[in-house]
Design a protein around this ligand. Structure first.
Ligand code: HEM
Ligand SMILES: *[C@@H]1O[C@H](CO)[C@@H](O)[C@H](O)[C@H]1NC(C)=O
Length: 506
């Protein structure tokens, strides 16, 4: 039945493809003339592979091998180069020195946000991630203070994570030693933390509504990382109003938006300004306080978009990191055993708390190395220049898209010798204390640096310690056969699929 449906859908997609191609060719001619007019600017940009009209360099970049292509350009053109995704130039920054010079030494000019067309078509520049200027400042500041745990009621964020980690332990216990793919359970529990923070409710892992929310979030993310997602990224102006698979991507986002709007309406009905329960409540109170202020960005559209941002930025990232971490611990059982020793020494049988982190440098070093090694957002999130800027002898015009290629920082051999090696010890000094590196930037750096860092770190620590306090992770696969190399999509790194089983320690 279901295979029939897909068969029937194929010709439609193909026809659409043909039409789209035809339009593309026509537009090429128009744009060729237009690009010629623009070539004056191009001479000021960093060098790069010569672009064709309209399509730019996309014929030289395969979607599955985007990172490989970028690496080849880096070898040829150096640590700063320009690639045209379609007719727009994107400046690529490689290695710690270059990324630091832009995001930290020139932090304001490089603080704009580049295009994210799929999201743009649903949340239209509202919220934290896709906004700029004054709106972005207000939204970001608010998210940062709220996530730091002010005014979110009696239960701290730490307690919410501790509670969820215990639920995960329960679910792991139910597997009774059978081997399972941890993706689903980790996804549920990490999403629940965002649910708890944003609208004050956690769901059981078989709640249908919850599962459809997760399905829609991963559906949208999967689309963005797919081949079609890339095509949409290049040609969104053209495709936005045409049929095609991108409409499904947009649909996922629209559904999540409707879901968040419902939670907002519910919260408004039951709001008590003296006892706010969660992020949405805090935002609603701020909206009421700011009612007379015409410059205020606190209104419904920004509330819904900001909440959606937290879901999209805060779920897959953290659960993918954990899943990668578990895989590394399966491959290196001796590292797992050392964490368990540290847990026994510092925590014992009580519930792990955020405070324990300062006393557990080994565990922290492993988490750092998991993040460095897993490198889950290799291209970074696109930035844009807010002004014309002279940089390394080039002139980058205002509004140019800039990619800080985080993978080239986390794997910069000058910063991290033998970057391909999974080695937590690189984060420890000879006294066994945690060693910090400026080049350790899985959360990026500068003005746009991830505002969820504190939350993510707390989650990674509490989940990892709670699980390893209760279980030992094992697998029947021999360690030589466990492959830590990433499964690449166009923009993300994912661990390869694997199964594990958990053996209770008590
Ligand atoms: C391991 C987990 C995470 C990683 C690796 C990660 C990484 C990143 C990166 C690389 C960026 C782009 C920064 C830039 O533009 O240069 C970012 C932005 C962002 N992240 Fe995270 N993140 C994680 C978890 C979270 C969590 C848990 C939340 C929230 C609850 C969150 C919320 C955000 C938001 C709102 C932005 C946009 C910031 C802005 O545009 O000003 N992230 N994150
Ligand atoms: C998820 O998407 C489905 C299908 O589009 C929709 O019926 C459902 O309401 C959505 N759920 C949520 C929570 O967004």
């Amino acid at each position: 039945m279901s295979s029939n449906t897909t068969l029937q859908e194929r010709p439609r997609v193909n026809m659409f493809f043909a039409t789209a191609l035809l339009i593309l060719v026509l537009l090429c001619l128009v744009c060729a003339t237009w690009l010629k007019g623009k070539s004056k600017d191009q001479t000021l940009l960093p060098p790069g592979p010569p672009p064709l009209p309209f399509i730019g360099n996309i014929h030289q970049v395969k979607h599955r091998e985007l990172l490989l292509s970028l690496q080849q350009f880096q070898e040829k053109y150096g640590p700063i180069f320009t690639v045209y995704f379609g007719s727009q130039p994107s400046v690529m920054l490689c290695g710690y020195d270059m990324v630091k010079e832009a995001l930290i030494d020139h932090k304001d000019v490089f603080s704009g946000r580049g295009r994210r067309p799929l999201v743009e078509s649903v949340i239209k520049g509202y919220g934290i991630i896709d906004s700029n200027g004054e709106r972005w400042k207000q939204m970001r500041r608010f998210a940062l203070t709220t996530l730091r745990n002010f005014g979110m009621g009696k239960r701290s964020i730490e307690q919410r994570i501790q509670e969820e980690a215990q639920f995960l332990v329960e679910e792991f216990s139910k597997t009774e030693g059978k081997s399972f793919d941890p993706t689903f359970l980790l996804g549920c529990s990490i999403s629940n933390i965002i649910c708890s923070i944003v609208f004050g409710k956690r769901f059981s892992y078989n709640d249908e509504h919850f599962l459809s929310l997760l399905k829609n979030i991963t559906g949208a993310l999967r689309f963005m990382n797919s081949g079609w997602g890339m095509i949409f990224y290049y040609f969104h102006r053209l495709l936005r109003h045409l049929p095609g698979p991108h409409q499904k991507g947009i649909r996922y986002l629209t559904d999540v938006k409707a879901f968040v709007q419902e939670r907002v309406d519910e919260s408004l009905d039951t709001l008590n300004a003296d006892s706010t329960r969660h992020f949405i409540d805090c935002f609603l109170v701020k909206m009421q306080q700011d009612q007379q202020n015409p410059a205020s960005e606190f209104h419904n559209k920004n509330l819904v978009a900001s909440s959606m941002n937290l879901f999209f930025a805060g779920t897959e990232t953290t659960s993918t990191t954990l899943r990668y971490g578990f895989l590394a611990l399966l491959k290196y059982p001796e590292i797992q055993a050392k964490i368990q020793d540290e847990i026994e020494r510092v925590i014992g049988d009580r519930c792990p708390s955020a405070e324990d982190r300062t006393k557990m440098p080994y565990t922290e070093a492993v988490i750092y190395e998991i993040q460095r090694f897993s490198d889950i957002i290799p291209t970074g999130v696109p930035h844009a220049t807010t002004e014309d800027v002279s940089f390394r002898g080039y002139t980058i015009p205002k509004g140019t898209e800039v990619f800080p290629l985080l993978t080239t920082v986390l794997n910069d051999p000058k910063q991290f010798p033998q970057p391909g090696l999974f080695s937590p010890d690189r984060f420890l000094d000879d006294k066994g204390a945690l060693k910090k590196y400026a080049a350790f930037m899985p959360f990026s750096a500068g003005r746009r640096m991830c505002p969820g860092e504190g939350l993510a770190r707390m989650e990674l620590f509490l989940f990892l310690t709670t699980i390893l306090q209760n279980f030992t992770l094992t697998t029947v696969v021999s360690r030589e056969d466990l492959d830590l190399s990433p499964e690449c999509s166009s923009a993300g790194h994912l661990p390869r699929c694997y199964k594990m089983s958990v053996v209770p320690r008590h």
